[in-house]
Ligand binder design. Structure first.
Ligand SMILES: [Zn+2]
Length: 134
């Protein structure tokens, strides 16, 4: 008896995906709450990088979870107005601008426009990053 392979009769496969978009900005900061003499208490700069992860089901109509261009439209104004080439300590809500605080600050401002947002990773250096999951 011949068994035919019929992909239409296989159980439904998941349509859940994770998409990631990366951004970067250059900024100065200092950490006002570190102990006296700690190097992070001095003004210095970083090439910050952050990744935004979204998780959810692919829209059958568009074939997308979210248009990468729409992600950029939400993030770019924040980058330009507050983060890039700024002193982060002067940004409202970032008076103590650790990577952790930057990740939470971003989350608060992005989540309302990105219901599928699940994770933000802020890279302060090549070797050090903070992961925030809301
Ligand atoms: Zn630093």
């Amino acid at each position: 008896m011949q068994q035919e392979f019929d992909s239409l009769h296989k159980p439904a496969e998941s349509r859940v995906v994770e998409i990631v978009k990366q951004f970067r900005f250059e900024a100065a900061h200092f950490l006002p709450r570190v102990p006296e003499g700690h190097k992070c208490g001095r003004m210095h700069g970083h090439s910050f990088r952050f990744e935004i992860k979204l998780n959810g089901e692919v829209n059958p109509q568009t074939g997308w979870l979210m248009d990468f261009g729409d992600i950029t439209s939400v993030v770019k104004p924040l980058l330009e107005k507050y983060l890039d080439h700024n002193l982060l300590n002067e940004v409202p809500g970032l008076e103590n601008p650790t990577s952790e605080e930057v990740a939470i600050w971003l989350w608060k401002r992005l989540k309302p426009s990105m219901p599928f947002l699940t994770e933000i990773i802020v890279h302060e250096t090549c070797n050090a990053r903070c992961i925030y999951k809301g």
